[in-house]
Design a protein. Structure first.
Length: 377
């Protein structure tokens, strides 16, 4: 017989979006009166760094390890470095994030219980109650939040992976400009591929160097190593270095009709709710903003009322099609984008905060034919 328990809130999944939801819920005075259960089957979390841009101090400012005011972009025949005011580009290490939430934040609240279990099903039992069935427990609750990805997501007609491998290296000589992060370096891109190098300099001789690619298949380990070594040899003049840490990951990117609620009425969060930007893979700040909105809705007893504008989904769909069908065209498009559009405007566009006039100016400076072909294809 499975153990049965009641809770005010059940959160399915203990990843980034769930922790951000807890962080925002606890900012309300009646939070401590709620019984909250977080269900997570994984003991270890993926080692990776979250990056995002923001204005002013961030709600999780205490977890930010490094910030940059300038961004660099490089293609085969073009390089630009620009200040990004009013934004700041920041990074949070995954290890710091989970250490804080699992060993500091959650332990200070006796009303939060973290359960190591696997969610098997979520059922709506009445208009007011839901049932979360796990391997070892059954929970009855009024509110369920879930980061569990629907299997249909991976069957979307346009689906690819953003996959990456990075080294946190320390060099003998000073080879990095610690004030400038590199968002994309396509100069050593493989033929018929959409891959680039991403660099977060922590000091003049320490940085995270990461190879990122968008493709339908995950690369063989040897390809990442080849590209990392090529960059260090070509761009750092073969500087001697030691690898301090390694990180590797993959982010699903798809044109999928995300909904506010799951099939049993659970409120979706994170990737399950479409909070990973389909054309860029950025998601941390979108999840934080969404968590703040959902926390407000909960205490004001409102429905999710998912924000968003369909035209951005349309833009993402066209770009993902180009990357899948003609990755070299996508590389050219990004080169033209960063050459002709100020980087702060690009960041604003990627956060879906631009208006139609600004978007018209952006697309006016890009080749029309690749996009037009995909509208009717």
């Amino acid at each position: 017989m499975l153990e049965k328990e009641n809770a005010d809130i059940v959160i399915c999944g203990g990843g980034c979006s769930s922790m951000l939801l807890l962080f925002n819920l606890q900012q309300y005075p009646t939070f401590k009166s709620l019984k909250i259960v977080v269900i997570e089957k994984e003991v270890q979390h993926q080692q990776k760094t979250w990056c995002f841009w923001h204005k002013g101090n961030h709600p999780l400012q205490h977890l930010i390890t490094n910030s940059w005011q300038s961004i660099r972009f490089e293609a085969s025949h073009f390089t630009t470095t620009q200040e990004i005011h009013p934004y700041t580009y920041s990074s949070i290490k995954g290890e710091d994030f989970y250490n804080y939430f699992l060993h500091q934040f959650i332990p200070q609240f006796s009303n939060i219980t973290l359960i190591r279990d696997e969610v098997l099903n979520i059922e709506k039992t009445s208009s007011r109650l839901s049932k979360v069935i796990c391997k070892n427990h059954v929970y009855t609750t009024r509110t369920v939040y879930s980061s569990i990805i629907n299997k249909e997501f991976h069957e979307a007609p346009i689906f690819l992976w953003q996959h990456f491998k990075g080294w946190h290296i320390k060099t003998e000589e000073k080879v990095f400009d610690k004030n400038v992060m590199t968002i994309m370096d396509f100069s050593n891109c493989l033929p018929n591929s959409f891959d680039f190098v991403y660099i977060l300099p922590y000091s003049s001789n320490e940085a995270l160097i990461e190879v990122t690619a968008f493709s339908s298949e995950i690369w063989d380990e040897r390809v990442y190593l080849k590209q990392l070594n090529k960059h260090i040899s070509n761009k750092l003049n073969g500087a001697k270095y030691e690898i301090e840490l390694m990180e590797k990951g993959q982010i699903p990117m798809a044109c999928y009709n995300h909904t506010d609620l799951g099939k049993a009425g659970e409120i979706l969060i994170g990737t399950a709710a479409g909070k990973i930007k389909a054309s860029s893979g950025y998601g941390f700040e979108k999840m934080q903003i969404d968590a703040a909105r959902l926390a407000s809705n909960y205490f004001m007893n409102k429905l999710p009322n998912k924000p968003g504008q369909k035209r951005f989904t349309f833009y993402d769909k066209l770009l993902l099609k180009i990357i899948l069908e003609k990755p070299e065209e996508a590389v050219t498009i990004f080169g033209m984008l960063f050459k002709k559009i100020p980087i702060p405007m690009i960041l604003k566009f990627l956060y879906e905060e631009t208006n139609l006039y600004e978007e018209t100016l952006i697309f006016k400076n890009l080749p029309a034919i690749p996009f037009i072909k995909r509208i009717f294809n």
